[in-house]
Write a protein of this length. Sequence first.
Length: 339
Amino acid sequence: MILVLKPGSTEEQRRELIREIENLGLKVHVSVGEETTIIGLVGDVSRINPYALSSHEIVANTLRVREPFKKANRMFKPEDTMIEVQGRKIGAGHFVLISGPCSVESEEQIVSIAHDLKKSGATFLRGGAYKPRTSPYSFQGLGLEGLELLKTAGKEAGLPIVSELMSTEVLDRFVEDVDIIQVGARNMQNFVMLRELGRTKKPILLKRGLSATLEEWLMSAEYIMSEGNEQVILCERGIRTFETYTRNTLDLSAVPAIKRLSHLPIIVDPSHGTGKSWMVSSMCKAALVSGADGLIIEVHNNPRSALSDGEQSLTPDDYAGLVPDLRKLAEFEGLRIEF
Ligand code: PEP
Ligand code: MN
């Protein structure tokens, strides 16, 4: 349930109303907008008498929120959420590029890619240190050594870093070293991990699960937000369908749908979404125009010898050719370019 307050309500009146709601055993989420202030009720509202609240002198309107996600719901917060990381803004009209190799493989590899990306234009450097591989015999990532190398490359090129956390055992290291913590598709419903990430103050990049509905995905965001961390960035990375030509089916309709359902920023990953490097550029442009707040793109200096996901990785030259097109489109769409 949400309560829309009348304009001109005083701080003291609001505090009193919130106290009343909390006495009913509920939590509140307050969103102060330019025009209206909204109080969202979180918890079991089934026993609440909406008339008792709507008759309160500062309440203009009460609305039931049908969806199970609350803090992630746009009804709770009509304005877009903007997340700021090291001075770079994501969401609410700010468009970012997160780019880099699937896996960190060596110092030479990651540093060279980082410099190329910086030159072409990138907001963040990505690189996997822990890799969720289908086969236990495939390259699993360099672990903490990989994280160190990513950190070095990010510092040298002047790019904040993004990396995937696979186990809470190394959570403290990630909180210390990484600027945005990625939750991979396979861990989207690792609720224990989501709750722990909710207790940090780090921005979280939450990828959509392999077969997750929009509601399941937003409920995973809700797990993080319910613990107090509201800095969640969603990432559409393709879903399982009957189609096998592409690695996944990139669901670009998720972008406007999420924008309607939620205030959280959403970015798109055309690399995992298609699995084919030659499709990546066109899908990047389509994602931008669909209303996304950014892209995550795999780039490798030698895709053919990459230890993971080479077939879907752009070369630094491909990437350099794509960025000016993205700038033109971003300008056309009236976006603030953060790369
Ligand atoms: C990745 O970003 O390299 C990755 C493993 O992505 P996903 O979790 O979307 O498969
Ligand atoms: Mn990958």
